[in-house]
Design a protein around this ligand. Sequence first.
Ligand code: ATP
Ligand code: MG
Length: 229
Amino acid sequence: MGAKVEVEGVRKVWGTGRPEGEGAVSEALAGVSFTLEPGDFVALLGPSGCGKSTLLNLLGALDRPTSGRVLVDGRDLSLLSDTGRDLYRRRTAATVFQFFNLLPTMTSLENVALPLLLDGIPLAEADARAGAALAEVGLPEKTGSFPWQLSGGQMQRVAVARALVARPSLLLADEPTGNLDSRSGERVLDLVSNLVAARGVTIVLATHSTEAAARASRVLRLRDGRLEE
Ligand SMILES: Nc1ncnc2c1ncn2[C@@H]1O[C@H](COP(=O)(O)OP(=O)(O)OP(=O)(O)O)[C@@H](O)[C@H]1O
Ligand SMILES: [Mg+2]
């Protein structure tokens, strides 16, 4: 089942290092509000610097808004304890990044099993579930390969398997096809869109690709930290 997401008047302000009064702050998000229903597949579009990654980081509890609230299944992410935030990231919201972020000294299987092991799941069970997740993304024969032995598209499929192995209800993807050729990108997007259909996971996909956006059920456009209608 997918997560419900409510974003209420969210602002994110960064200091620029310049003194007050000389444009000391920059507003990455300037008051953003929207609601996502469980199972929504949302494409987040907009030019470089418009705030897409900033927004994804807030949804993933990697960062906190300067003001406003982000509620996931009714819980305000800013109010989570450190442990609560760790659990949220491990069990509820998973992220797929542009640069895959696999651990280079670990095999595919170990990379995918890691979030489960961190969650206290016994090794045998974690390995079994990681193996099943790798089969689901079409890489059953690559369980023993290290990231440097894989193509970019394969690395990203391992990253998708790692994101989904704990069965999150919210998948956050930040330009997951940005470093892939169009065919590998298609394959990753096929996987992601099939998962929405099969599991009802709520997905927010930041992208510059109009093909990627075409698969989404909804498009949010950001410009200068604001949503355009
Ligand atoms: N840690 C930071 N400190 C200061 N400013 C930041 C920080 N992170 C992002 N910003 C600024 O916030 C704004 C939004 O950045 P963000 O990374 O969210 O854009 P984006 O839409 O993801 O761009 P891209 O498409 O290039 O990835 C930019 O002006 C950026 O310079
Ligand atoms: Mg970005």
